[in-house]
Design a protein. Structure first.
Length: 251
């Protein structure tokens, strides 16, 4: 039953989006999970990138209990997270042409790897160029974005294209343009964004699919356990030793 409070309305909105993503994006989620599993099975490495608040979803699949140990964070100084000062600098850097090339040239990414790029709008130069250049290197790309932006906004990349146009698989978060779920007569601006909730759930669904696919192939998924349960550190040490050449967040 719908809750009349603003908190309840937000939960209703987030749950509704999650249901849409689950029901309407099932095929793409399955395909993305299989691509992650293929990369692991073939000896490739996994990377995730997001700018600004989109980086939260990228960080959510890196070095965490229940997650794949092989997922690495691709960092761009001043862009990943909102700890850069001033915070507006991160948004400005997303629009800088050529930054993606410099990042990829100095990164460990190589042909056969997989890069997950998260950008809600998918319109800025950084995620678009990141996808274009990664694919040119032979890296497979999964884009996590709201496809609605491609029809309701203009690209900020010189090509006029969006992130969705340069991916092997596109996962549509179905977040409305503006990323705010609630309105109120007494408040001029819409409020209560749900993109982080939806995008993190979407990526965890992909990782769960990948783990199941690997198990079906007879491959033990390289999962991490919580360090706060007995035996967790020993388990993680074994996994990290076994896959040490494909894990970069320890270096």
């Amino acid at each position: 039953m719908s809750d009349s409070t603003l908190a309840g309305q937000f939960f209703d909105a987030a749950i509704g989006l999650l249901r849409r993503v689950r029901d309407e994006g099932a095929a793409e989620i399955e395909a993305a999970g299989e691509l992650v599993a293929d990369t692991v099975a073939d000896g490739g490495r996994l990377f995730a990138f997001g700018a600004g608040h989109s980086s939260l979803a990228a960080q959510d699949v890196v070095y965490r209990a229940g997650g794949l140990a092989l997922m690495n964070l691709l960092t761009v100084p001043g862009v990943v997270g909102v700890d850069v000062m001033p915070a507006t600098l991160g948004s400005a850097l997303e629009r800088v042409d050529g930054l993606a090339s410099a990042v990829l040239d100095s990164s460990p990414l190589r042909s056969g790897d997989l890069l997950v790029i998260i950008s809600l709008s998918g319109r800025n130069a950084l995620p678009v160029e990141m996808a274009m250049n990664a694919r040119a290197l032979g890296v497979r790309v999964i884009g996590v974005t709201s496809v609605a932006y491609a029809t309701e906004t203009k690209s900020r990349h010189t090509s006029g294209t969006f992130l969705k146009d340069h991916c092997d698989i596109v996962l549509d978060s179905r977040i409305p343009v503006g990323d705010a779920e609630l309105t109120l007569d007494r408040i001029e601006a819409p409020f209560a964004p749900a993109s982080t909730v939806v995008t993190t759930a979407l990526l965890q669904a992909v990782m769960a699919t990948a783990a199941g696919s690997l198990a079906q192939r007879g491959i033990e998924p390289p999962l991490l356990r919580s360090g706060n349960v007995d035996g967790g550190h020993d388990w993680n040490s074994r996994v990290m030793t076994q896959y040490g050449d494909r894990i970069f967040y320890r270096r």
